[in-house]
Unconditional design. Structure first.
Length: 74
């Protein structure tokens, strides 16, 4: 499992977690109560037994997803 916290200029944190789906899902579930009251959102992608979760301020996560979706090829 890999977890990376990035601090934005505003001081807010964007956290990315990659690893086994069961472990990442457990962390996301544990943090969900805090995130819902603080304006933070979580985006997850699961492929087979791996999961990526990105948690942070809604504006930052939305901006990241817009950049990723623009480059994604199917």
């Amino acid at each position: 499992m890999v977890a990376v916290d990035q601090q934005l200029e505003s001081g807010e944190i964007v956290r990315t977690i990659v690893g086994p789906a069961t472990q990442v899902a457990g962390i996301v579930a544990r943090d969900a109560a805090t995130d819902s009251t603080s304006g933070r959102v979580t985006f997850t992608i699961r492929q087979a037994d791996r999961m990526v979760a990105v948690t942070g301020p809604a504006e930052a996560v939305t901006a990241l997803l817009q950049r990723v979706n623009g480059r994604r090829r199917y």
